[in-house]
Every structure is written in C-alpha cells, then in structure tokens.
Design a protein around this ligand. Structure first.
Ligand SMILES: Cc1cc2nc3c(=O)[nH]c(=O)nc-3n(C[C@H](O)[C@H](O)[C@H](O)COP(=O)(O)O)c2cc1C
Length: 302
C-alpha cells in the first residue's frame, strides 16, 4: 500500500520527529512504500489565494470556484500539483501533527485548503445521477485510507467521553468527518499520544510502539463507520432520519449505530488511541508489538 505521510511540525528534534522516524521505519518494515511531505521543511505556503494559479487572476468567480477553474485548465501552481500527484499515487495518507488549539497547525490546514481543490477533491457530481454531488463517503478521493496521528499536551482521560476537552474523535470531527469523509476517504480511528510534554523514556517507547502498530496496519484497520450522505440515512435536507439514533443529536449520530453495537461486542473495534501513560489500550487489529525494534532514541519531554 503506497503511503503519503504529511508531517507538520517545525522542529526536527521533537517528539513528533522521533515518532515520525519510528512510523516510517515501521512502514518500511511492513513493506509499504512511502513518500513524505514535510510541510515546514518544504517551506509550504499555507495560505490559499490567487497566486495559487497562473493566468486568469481576474476570474470573477469566488476563490474556491476560481481555483477549480485553474485546476481544469492546468494552471495551478507547481507546489499544489506536486502534492496532488503524490496524493494520486497514495493508497493511504498519514497526517501527523501536534494538536494546537484543538486543531492541526495552520500550515497543515493550509495544505488542505490549497491541495483539496474543487474538481480535484470535492464538488464532483455522480455521472449516473446528475445533480447529485458526491460527498460524505463518496467522492474523488474514495478508496484512499487516512490516518491521523497527533500528539496532545493534555492527559487521555481529559479527552474521554466526559473529559473537559471533549472526546478526541469529536474534537477532530471537522478534520475526520468534515474534510476526509466529505471527500470520500475511509477514515481510520485517530492515534493520539497524550501527555506529550511529559513523556519519560518508557512512556515514549510505549507510545512509539503503538504508533508503529497502527501505521504498519494501515491497510487493515477498520474505518470509523460514518454514515454516507447518499446511502439513505439522511433526508433531502441532509438531516438524519428520525428512526436512526432516535432521540440522539450532536456529532456522534453521524457514525452508524449498528456498527457501534457490533463494536460493543468486540472491544477491539472501538476507535483506537495510543496512550502515553498506559500500554496501548484499544486496537483495531491484532498486530504483535513484541518484536518491534527501536529506530530512534527515546525522547524525554519535560
Ligand atoms: C500553539 C500550541 C497550542 C496547543 N494547544 C493544545 C491544545 O489545544 N490541547 C492540548 O492538549 N495541547 C495543546 N498544546 C500542547 C501540544 O499538543 C504539545 O506540546 C505537543 O503535542 C508536544 O509535541 P512536540 O514536543 O512534538 O511539539 C499546544 C501547544 C502549542 C505550542
């Protein structure tokens, strides 16, 4: 499985860089070819604007339409087309970043803003049903898997079901559901390293092993069972039908209740997190971590 690794951290000597090195080694060991986009290292331009295309800067359409027109006429800037070519090559994408203010660093948001151009990543209609836009489970990027790997300052419990920060899959909902699922990608449960500023060597090793397990299994992990827009679960106003998740509201209703019930019978199918404090708590697949070799020094954070 070809893997594109999008890396968004400014420091080469950081927890994230050590985890990236571990993860890439695990991909190689598992036989997955990979390519890396190191956004800070590349000097990635993070802002979407009309310098993103040549020619018709005066296109009267809004910026989203105008960049879509530029995509159609092959006028997007080289840095964008290079990333789109990598994405075309990839069967799976890893997005790795530290959580900053409940979100990825701006440079990563800017990668998505500029690379996920209209007509390339979204805004495409179903050729068999003109007028029906392909999104939320269908779309140009469907078939690709996506894994978010993030480090987080707060402790795991504070991102749990009653944690003050909100549950991690809901904190990341704009990215997981609003961006990746929207464009049709299969979204794997995110992997988080909590208490990331306070890892001792042993905690780092536990977290790194968990990261390695997940990236090596990127082709097998069961995606989050988000509901598809055009699968019949939503009415014509895109509101969840009342007989589904009856009485429920909020972000959680957009994942299939049936799948959740199935998952409850099989704890290993719950969304996965890698804890810095404890051994890998929940896993989607049974991948042994006993023979994982360390490939980068443990990083002690204070
Ligand atoms: C600008 C900024 C914003 C942050 N926002 C959050 C946050 O919203 N929640 C949280 O738990 N930690 C937050 N943190 C802590 C980082 O997630 C943590 O320092 C990082 O994951 C550690 O990884 P690193 O050593 O590779 O940078 C923030 C850190 C910075 C610098």
């Amino acid at each position: 499985m070809n893997v594109l690794w999008i890396y968004a951290h400014p420091d080469q000597a950081s927890l994230n860089s050590a985890l990236r090195d571990e993860g890439l080694a695990a991909l190689a060991e598992a036989g997955h070819p990979y390519r890396v986009s190191d956004l800070y290292g590349m000097g990635w331009k993070p802002t979407l604007d009309r310098d993103d295309f040549t020619g018709d800067h005066d296109d009267p359409a809004g910026i989203g339409q105008a960049s879509g027109h530029a995509y159609e006429r092959g006028a997007l800037s080289e840095d964008i087309t290079a990333e789109q070519e990598k994405l075309d090559w990839a069967d799976a994408v890893v997005f790795q970043f530290p959580l900053w203010w409940y979100a990825p660093p701006a440079i990563l948001k800017g990668w998505i803003d500029r690379v996920f151009v209209k007509g390339y990543a979204y805004g495409v209609t179903d050729p068999d049903h003109p007028g029906r836009t392909l999104r939320y489970g269908e779309g140009v990027l469907s078939g690709k898997r996506v894994l978010v790997l993030t480090s987080i300052g707060g402790p795991e419990a504070a991102f749990g079901p009653r944690g003050i920060n909100g549950q991690l899959d809901q904190v990341l909902f704009p990215l997981l559901h609003g961006t990746f699922w929207y464009t049709g990608m299969s979204v794997l449960p995110p992997v988080a390293v909590y208490s990331a500023n306070r890892l001792d060597d042993q905690s780092f090793r536990t977290a790194a092993d968990a990261v390695c397990r997940h990236v090596a299994a990127i082709g097998e992990t069961r995606p989050i069972p988000y509901r598809s827009q055009n699968g019949g679960d939503y009415d014509e106003e895109l509101v969840l039908r009342p007989e589904l998740s009856p009485g429920g509201s909020g972000l959680a209703v957009h994942a299939s209740a049936l799948a959740h019930e199935e998952a409850q019978g099989e704890p290993q199918d719950q969304p996965a997190t890698a804890s810095a404090d404890s051994a890998f708590a929940v896993s989607n697949v049974d991948v042994s971590m006993t023979n994982r070799k360390s490939t980068s020094p443990a990083t002690t954070r204070s």
